[in-house]
Write a protein that binds this ligand. Structure first.
Ligand code: CTP
Length: 444
């Protein structure tokens, strides 16, 4: 019996896939199809896959062509599969010509001609394109954001609204709409990404949502829970997505870390400690409105609320405010006390510290080295260090592209993917409101 194996993503299964599977099957008597896992696709740069692994496996199964389906999870798995499954022929489409010649040591390798004129990429791109306008003055970041957006199928950044419209770099200056009038931008887009001054967020978000325009907003969305609730209501009424843009929430390593904690990997969590600092010059006008607590508070609080929930018993905010007028804190520390756990965050643009995240449990702890908010690696450590484990997950483009994929998917399905729940966003706004209203302890 000749055993054949082939691999693919099989996203939005199409005629080209079916023809390939049929020809692969006819090469032998038994066909095994390897479907790539979501993580493996992400790691090899395929970030736009629309269907989940389950959906893709089901689509292949329904064709009735495969005798067996396996999941491809890691680089180098093919050799192991070929040996383990006693494979005679490995085959893929001719777009991979030469790429798998190294497998000839283990079995016969056949490249089948690819069907012309159809691909998952083309099908994904043919869906309605979501246009996006950028809003803000953090030009370096917006340039990076624009570059990252190019990795996302079905999303097109077509405009910018900035006070610095006359001094933009070429990539931003040549967008179709370049303006310093927000209303003008809104006339041309389906969605906006806001990295504007937090004091403008409420008005800008409300205007967009009322026009049926989806919003991805850099934290903090607003610094008042009443305003947050109102915006959420307007979003619902207009069938719009309002998403908080904290890149960390979309990184694979951070998501895996949360799942591990939920599965009891370090026992019961008793403490979460997160630090985020980056020294910046208050004299910089664009930076001035972004004090330490606004810029870093939500990121640092993210693991606290996502691990321990938002129902703490007490909290204390301690700040070192160096400019009263701008409410600019050199650093802020917040301690949370829960019924059965504690947490603390330390954020600062006027101090430097180790930007690490430590989650302590009754059986061990998770250590994420600095800068933890760009997590691609973490360690699970135990009393007996021989049991320690290290985890690495690829993080491309600081997570911006994953954030954009999640946002455009949410717009398409009409459902927020839940990376950052409304409850967590609301709690951020409550804490920042306490800060703004002086419910804090000051130190000099
Ligand atoms: N394939 C094919 N003809 C096509 C498209 C795909 O023969 N028109 C083959 C590929 O060569 C591969 C298998 O189908 O052996 C699964 O390919 P996959 O990468 O899942 O499909 P694509 O449509 O190429 O996906 P993408 O556009 O995301 O690269």
């Amino acid at each position: 019996m000749t055993r054949v194996i082939t691999y693919g993503t099989y996203d939005m299964l199409h005629y080209g896939h079916i023809r390939l599977l049929e020809r692969a099957k006819s090469l032998g008597d038994y066909l095994i199809v390897g479907v790539t896992s979501d993580d493996f696709d992400k790691a090899r740069g395929k970030i736009n896959v629309q269907q989940s692994l389950m959906e893709r496996v089901e689509a292949v199964r329904i064709t009735g062509i495969a005798d067996e389906i396996i999941i491809e999870e890691y680089e180098g798995q093919k050799i192991e599969d070929i040996r383990r499954l006693d494979i005679d022929i490995f085959t893929v489409g001719s777009d991979w010509e030469g790429h798998f010649d190294y497998l000839k040591e283990y079995c016969k390798v056949i490249y089948l001609s690819r069907t012309h004129g159809v691909s998952s990429t083309a099908i994904r791109s043919s869906r309605r394109v979501l246009t996006m306008g950028l809003v803000g003055d953090k030009i370096d970041f917006l340039t990076r954001f624009l570059n990252e957006s190019k990795f996302v199928n079905g999303l097109h950044v077509c405009g910018i609204c900035s006070n610095q419209k006359n001094t933009l770099p070429e990539s931003l200056r040549t967008l179709s709409v370049v303006t310093d009038e927000y209303d003008c931008l809104l006339e041309h887009v389906d969605s906006v990404y806001l990295i504007s001054s937090p004091v403008n967020h409420y008005e800008q978000i409300r205007k967009a949502l009322e026009k049926g325009i989806h919003v991805l907003c850099e934290s903090p969305i607003v610094t008042d829970p009443v305003q947050y609730d109102e915006l959420l209501r307007i979003a619902k009424e207009n069938n719009c997505i309002l998403s908080e843009a904290i890149r960390t929430a979309y990184s694979t390593a951070y998501s895996r870390l949360l799942l591990m904690l939920k599965s009891g990997k370090i026992g019961k969590v008793v403490s979460v400690d997160a630090t985020c600092t980056a020294i910046r010059d208050i004299a910089d006008d664009a930076e001035a409105k972004w004090n330490s607590i606004n810029e870093w508070g939500p990121t640092a609080m993210l693991p606290v609320f996502q691990i321990l929930g938002c129902k703490y018993v007490t909290k204390q905010i301690v700040s070192n405010i160096v400019n009263e007028k701008l409410k600019w804190d050199a650093f802020t520390k917040i301690d949370f006390v829960y019924a059965d756990a504690v947490a603390s965050i330390k954020v600062g643009k006027g101090v430097k510290s180790e930007g690490e995240l430590i989650v302590s449990g009754t059986e061990g702890y998770i250590y994420v080295p600095a800068p933890w908010w760009k997590t691609d690696y973490f360690e699970v450590r135990y009393e007996n260090s021989v049991n320690n484990q290290r985890y690495f997950y690829q993080l491309d483009g600081e997570g911006i592209r994953y954030e954009l994929v999640a946002f455009s998917k949410a717009v398409e399905t009409g459902q927020d993917a839940g990376y950052i729940s409304a409850g967590v966003s609301r709690e951020f706004s409550r804490i920042l409101n306490d800060y703004e209203n002086g419910r804090i302890t000051l130190i000099c």
